[in-house]
Design a protein around this ligand. Sequence first.
Ligand SMILES: Cc1cc2nc3c(=O)[nH]c(=O)nc-3n(C[C@H](O)[C@H](O)[C@H](O)COP(=O)(O)OP(=O)(O)OC[C@H]3O[C@@H](n4cnc5c(N)ncnc54)[C@H](O)[C@@H]3O)c2cc1C
Length: 400
Amino acid sequence: MDPVEQVVFDVAEHKAVVIGGGIGGLATACGLVGAGWDVTVYERAPAPREVGAGLSVAPNAVRALDWLGLAEPLRAAAQPQGIGVKSRAGRWMVRLREADLVGRYGAPMYAMHRGDLHRMLLDAVGADRVCTGHSAVAVDTAEDGAVVHFETGSGPREVRADLVVAADGVHSRVRAGLFPAHTGATYAGYVCWRGIAPAGVVVPDSDPMWTDTWGRGGRFGAAPLADGKVFWYASAGGPEGSMTEVTLADIAARFGAWHAPIADLLAASDPAALLRNDIYYVGDPLPTFTRGRVALLGDAAHAVTPDIGQGACLAVEDAVVLAQCVSAHDDVADALRAYDAARRPRTQRLAAVSGRSARVQQVAHPVAAALRDLAVRLTPTKVYLEAGAEALGWRPEPAV
Ligand SMILES: Cc1cc2nc3c(=O)[nH]c(=O)nc-3n(C[C@H](O)[C@H](O)[C@H](O)COP(=O)(O)OP(=O)(O)OC[C@H]3O[C@@H](n4cnc5c(N)ncnc54)[C@H](O)[C@@H]3O)c2cc1C
């Protein structure tokens, strides 16, 4: 009798599953592929989504994207600029020019279409590594791996991996499953609308600035994009789920009398493309970002409010650090311990700062708003540059 042929299954080691194909998930896939892992991204949407309007890519994220090998496409698609705050009348209260940012942090602030950043990451990862139409409903963790349970259009599916990264956003289902006692996302007390005005509405400035304008109980911001269009956002305080019927005309009625070119930007924008979001952050800090072989990443772990313009930036930082950790440690458990130790203190501090910033920037009481504006005006530029160093000065040093 012939000896029984031994069948050896080629079990792929270093197999990672990333849940969520947003900025954090794709950046993670990019980093893990670079570290030699076999990665698949599972996204619940039926096709890769390029939702959103504009986005700030701050100096810390510039360095993270550079580390991921995206220096060239970033600079081709994004508009470098400074950042500043104006009063409703248009008076500068703070102005950090591009040269100030480069001088202090080594890079400017960039503004870009979120869709361009998403596409850039998707191109780097490869669309064949992204599996759409898969909604993760649960994750079982074990010593040596984890199993993700998905709902798909054609029924349930289970996928096993050595490492699972949950980048499924601020309302993360994976987080809720792994941390049932966690209170979930915290409502920041305001609603944000976003849009993009076509090129030609504003004469391009030789000194481009991401400009935030502070009022009482509301704010308006605008940033030039590389293609001449202008990304803008407006916010108003109110209960969660309120102001769902607000139209572009309502926003123009509320903000149109503020300084130029706000009225022109709103008048030129497409009412059908208006985006509305209740703003949330993870205000209840998690005890850890990992459970067994599962790591939470990006908004799922530590969503911040847009007041500090760092949500996507921190997600990209996470991706870099996770890739560094899995490269430095043979054992996944050790790598995840190092990832948690490197990321949790920084991101949770910034999440708390963002919640406080939201309250200050959205303050409605006239006396409190006047005192805020006075304090902002009297603070010297170098104090702002130092205060920003914690967030913007980050660089991808080996953190393990
Ligand atoms: C109004 C506003 C303005 C902002 N401005 C800025 C800014 O200027 N700069 C900045 O850095 N950040 C900004 N942010 C924050 C930034 O958008 C987020 O921090 C960033 O998108 C987080 O990326 P993420 O991948 O963690 O989550 P997301 O981008 O939310 O991606 C999560 C992905 O997971 C998918 N998903 C969800 N559940 C499941 C599931 N169960 N199974 C499979 N897939 C799932 C979703 O469809 C989505 O594609 C802003 C946010 C808002 C709301």
